[in-house]
Write a protein that binds this ligand. Structure first.
Ligand SMILES: Cc1cn([C@H]2C[C@H](O)[C@@H](COP(=O)(O)OP(=O)(O)OP(=O)(O)O)O2)c(=O)[nH]c1=O
Length: 192
């Protein structure tokens, strides 16, 4: 069994997809502020570690804990979740017609020992005019998502190309996660 220290329904769906038995933990939220001068890769790694550690502290049992973090990075700028629709529109205007990186870090703690992996995916959004971007923002889909879009939903129609991990963009890079689960002795392909 695994404790999932995440409120993201996407992460739960990806774990369920590969048959991992898990329990979602209601861990206290952590401060997601980017530190001054902090590189995006260091930031997502720190967030995943802190989420896993908060999960460890809240877990009622000794089973392994998983925490993860996903950020959209444009140049060196980290785009988190938009605060409102205006910010969502501004993010999508910046993202359209160019390539960005999606960084996803995953941290598994076996006992008190953390192990971390990071995935980087290059995504290019199509050239999109304001009318199209406003229509997408109005769907509300991007509100709780880094970079203001969801590749697994209506947002798939915004994407021109992807190079890397699709599950990483959705929030949990399975290519990196499965070896961490194996390391921690967490089974997959279980009837859930
Ligand atoms: C780019 C992109 C992000 N996302 C989501 C994944 C994450 O849930 C979210 C990024 O926010 P995160 O802070 O990584 O995660 P979260 O707040 O949703 O959940 P928790 O901290 O409790 O684990 O954006 C998509 O669902 N699809 C996408 O295409």
């Amino acid at each position: 069994m695994l404790y999932l220290a995440s409120g993201s329904p996407r992460r739960a769906e990806l774990l369920a997809q590969i048959g991992v038995p898990f329990t979602v933990l209601k861990a206290p939220g952590i401060d997601e502020t980017v530190h001054a001068g902090e590189a995006p890769r260091d930031y997502v790694a720190r967030m995943a570690r802190e989420k896993a550690a908060a999960g460890r502290a809240a877990a009622p049992g000794p089973e392994p804990v998983l925490g993860a973090d996903t950020a959209v990075v444009l140049g060196e700028r980290v785009l988190g979740k938009p605060d409102n629709d205006d910010q969502a529109l501004a993010m999508l205007r910046d993202l359209q017609d160019r390539e960005h990186r999606v960084l996803s870090a995953v941290c598994v703690m076996a006992g008190d020992t953390p192990r971390l992996a990071l995935s980087e995916t290059r995504v290019r959004l199509r050239a999109l005019d304001d009318e199209r971007l406003r229509a997408y923002v109005a769907t509300g889909e991007g509100r709780d998502k880094a970079g203001a879009y969801g590749i697994q939903g209506l947002g798939a129609a915004l994407v021109a190309s992807l190079s890397g991990s699709y599950s990483g963009v959705v929030g949990l890079p399975l290519e990196e996660t499965v070896p961490l689960l194996e390391w921690a002795g967490v089974p997959y392909w279980q009837p859930c």
